[in-house]
Design a binder for this molecule. Structure first.
Ligand SMILES: C[S@@+](CC[C@H](N)C(=O)[O-])C[C@H]1O[C@@H](n2cnc3c(N)ncnc32)[C@H](O)[C@@H]1O
Length: 449
């Protein structure tokens, strides 16, 4: 029986399911998605979309389901600490997932406890394999209502980072920075917009704060389509860190206008838009047709243009380009502020697989760079193997390339240690008072002319 069937409809459960309110359905979607992310490595958005009821829910209930599941991933260690003393023998995976979603609501979200307990019990009753745990869960969750907040408070934020990831961060960045990084996981994420023009006007219209050279930061993520300028396409959502690789690339040219630039792993296109809005002649390549649909939508909305090619970068052939931006596929652990699931659907093996791909993509990107041209490598990962060692290995094999040393990201005022060795390493705890920034590794290289 699959995990999904465990909490899914059976003859008697079907009658219960037919009576389920939308808020019970939302809670059930959250629990199913939590299981799917952890067991199958699926991204949270895709896991939610794959549940039976999600598409039929109203936007408000979909947002509720998403918020519950995201809270489970933001607070995983603390939730474990709450449940441990109350559950002698760990129940089955589906029951555990349902209990985790209930603790998320009771302890960390503003959900009335009676609703969280009562509706969680309904979720369990709707599945054949979970129905028998309804009374057990009811008893456990009543104790969570009484003592959950206290147990959670005794567990530090660093407990929310899975052990293997925390170990790598502590060894690479030090214990104290790793702890500061962990604190960012439990904060509500901000919304960053990259603004193509008239940033001051947009700042006035939205109350956002200018950050770096092109970013406007808003306090919270709401409905982005309702923000001023969405229809006109004067901005797009993109973390301030993610805006840096394209800026670094453009800084290497006196004039970027009409320069031929290849964006090698381009979708959904934040960096393509930056380059195109500066007047570069951009070719955007990506293997994923689904993600390229979003890139095309973004180009249409912003009224920008690029040559879009749906192809595996390793097979792409062309005349060399003045500059190549390789925003390589990576574990994306640096993006946990908005995507906390990335800390729960990765493994040392999946990182090792990505490293092998990065080691193939870098020489491919190099072969597409013209003599005298610029190659920028970026990953939104905090895992050390996906950063500097890739560049060191590439440079050892590529005597025609040299590092362009970087020592500053204008307008961001980062400490000098973020530029050690002439590369850039941003951490989520940087700009912490302003809401943090995604963890990125960026290196710029020049090909001998
Ligand atoms: C980090 S994301 C790119 C984000 C994008 N640069 C942006 O700024 O919006 C990595 C991208 O690499 C693409 N990808 C993965 N393997 C690829 C390959 N072998 N060839 C081309 N694209 C690939 C994925 O589909 C994904 O869109």
């Amino acid at each position: 029986m699959t995990d999904k069937e465990h909490i899914s409809r059976r003859p008697r459960a079907e009658q219960i399911a037919a009576r389920m309110t939308d808020s019970v359905k939302a809670r059930r979607c959250a629990a199913l998605a939590v299981m799917d992310v952890t067991a199958n490595g699926r991204a949270l958005e895709l896991a939610l979309a794959a549940t039976d009821d999600y598409a039929g829910l109203e936007a408000r209930d979909r947002a509720f389901a998403r918020a519950i599941a995201a809270t489970v991933f933001r607070r995983s260690g603390q939730i474990k600490a709450v449940l441990k003393p109350l559950v002698r023998k760990p129940p089955t995976a589906p029951v555990t997932a349902v209990l985790q979603t209930a603790v998320a609501q009771i302890v960390f979200m503003d959900v009335p406890p009676h609703a969280a307990v009562g509706e969680t019990v309904e979720v369990l009753k709707s599945g054949k394999a979970t129905r028998g745990f309804a009374n057990f869960a009811n008893a456990v969750l009543r104790r969570v209502v009484e003592q959950g907040r206290q147990s959670a408070a005794s567990s530090p934020p660093r407990a929310n980072i899975p052990g293997w990831i925390r170990g790598e961060w502590e060894r690479t960045y030090g214990k104290m920075p790793a702890t500061k990084i962990a604190v960012q996981l439990i904060k509500d994420p901000v919304l960053d917009l990259t603004v193509a023009s008239n940033r001051e006007d947009l700042a006035e219209a939205t109350g956002g704060k200018p950050l770096g050279r092109q970013t406007l930061r808003l306090d919270s993520i709401g409905d982005v389509t309702a923000l001023p300028g969405f229809e006109d396409g004067t901005w797009w959502a993109q973390d301030v860190s993610a805006a840096q690789p394209a800026q670094i690339l453009m800084d290497q040219f006196d004039i970027i206008k009409d320069k031929r630039v290849l964006d090698l792993c381009a979708a959904p296109g934040g960096k393509t838009l930056q380059l195109a809005s500066a007047g570069a002649d951009v070719t955007a390549v990506d293997k994923s047709s689904g993600r390229l649909v979003r890139l095309e939508e973004n180009l249409a909305r912003t009224k920008l243009s690029a040559t879009v090619i749906n192809q595996d970068a390793l097979e792409f052939e062309s005349e060399p380009f003045d500059a190549v931006l390789l925003d390589a596929p990576c574990s994306a652990t640096g993006t946990f502020r908005r995507h906390p699931d990335v800390l729960h659907n990765r493994s040392p093996k999946s990182v090792a697989d990505l490293v092998r791909l990065q080691d193939k993509l870098l020489p491919k990107a190099a072969s597409l760079t013209a003599p005298g041209g610029v190659l920028v490598y970026a990953v939104c990962s905090l895992q050390p193997d996906e950063g500097l060692p890739r560049i060191v290995k590439f440079l050892e094999m590529s005597p025609d390339f040299s590092l362009i040393p970087l020592s500053d990201l204008p307008g961001l005022d980062l400490p000098p240690e973020r530029f050690e060795g002439g590369v850039v390493r941003t951490l989520p705890c940087d700009l912490s008072k302003a809401g943090g920034m995604d963890g990125f590794f960026i290196a710029a290289l020049r090909k001998a002319g």
